[in-house]
Design a protein around this ligand. Structure first.
Ligand SMILES: Cc1cc2nc3c(=O)[nH]c(=O)nc-3n(C[C@H](O)[C@H](O)[C@H](O)COP(=O)(O)O)c2cc1C
Length: 189
């Protein structure tokens, strides 16, 4: 069960944009992050939730998609995320956020997968511009943006070959292939 969920929880970048996500769903996902581990239990992360098309369009402009796919500028209109969760670090609580945001993001994305949704962590964000565009107070640092929606693309896991190339690729049918290292190559003792 757990492995099925992890396998299904791929990074999705093309969505059925017309399938809306309710604010309540986003709140339930953030509740999973709230219940997750936090260094020193400081819980310095805060969240902004978006599921209206206008704000979504504004956020989209500030994100970079799939760096390895040089000929793909990101999802086109109609295949864009229907919601976003922005993970912020509250500098009034802590100046460093360790790996709290990775844990929070994974909890949220696993929860989304469990609900038949999917998404992608986006760290390539024009942080200053997005912060300004959304009027985010200076005490909050944008750490990660989670793009969410009903996945429209097929993602297949491949094995990293002898060349060690880890770059993902799209095939001619638009299937997204993601190479993963083999278990015996990552356990070193
Ligand atoms: C911290 C982090 C930041 C990421 N930032 C981006 C990003 O800015 N843009 C993007 O398209 N994908 C981003 N990704 C998604 C990765 O490209 C993706 O996890 C990787 O290709 C492996 O695919 P998988 O998640 O399906 O296993 C990010 C993932 C992580 C964990």
């Amino acid at each position: 069960m757990m492995k099925d969920l992890v396998l299904k929880n791929r990074s999705y970048r093309r969505f059925y944009q017309e399938v809306a996500i309710e604010l309540q769903t986003l709140r339930e996902l953030v509740d999973l992050a709230r219940l997750s581990a936090s260094a020193l239990n400081l819980q310095p992360l805060k969240y902004m939730l978006f599921c209206d098309p206008e704000k979504n369009a504004l956020i989209f402009e500030h994100l970079a998609w799939a760096g390895y796919l040089k000929d793909w500028p990101g999802p086109g209109e109609g295949e864009r995320p229907s919601a976003y969760i922005i993970i912020l670090g509250d500098t009034d609580i802590s100046r460093s956020f360790g790996c709290d945001h990775g844990i929070a993001a994974q909890s949220i994305l696993l929860g989304a997968t469990d609900k038949g949704l999917g998404g992608c962590m986006i760290a390539s964000v024009q942080r200053q511009q997005l912060s300004k565009a959304l009027g985010i107070a200076s005490r909050y640092e944008i750490i990660l943006v989670l793009a969410l929606g009903k996945p429209k693309e097929k993602v297949v896991i491949e094995t990293v070959g002898p060349t060690g190339d880890v770059k993902y690729w799209h095939d001619s049918e638009g299937v997204h292939h993601v190479p993963k290292r083999q278990l015996d190559d990552i356990i070193i003792a």
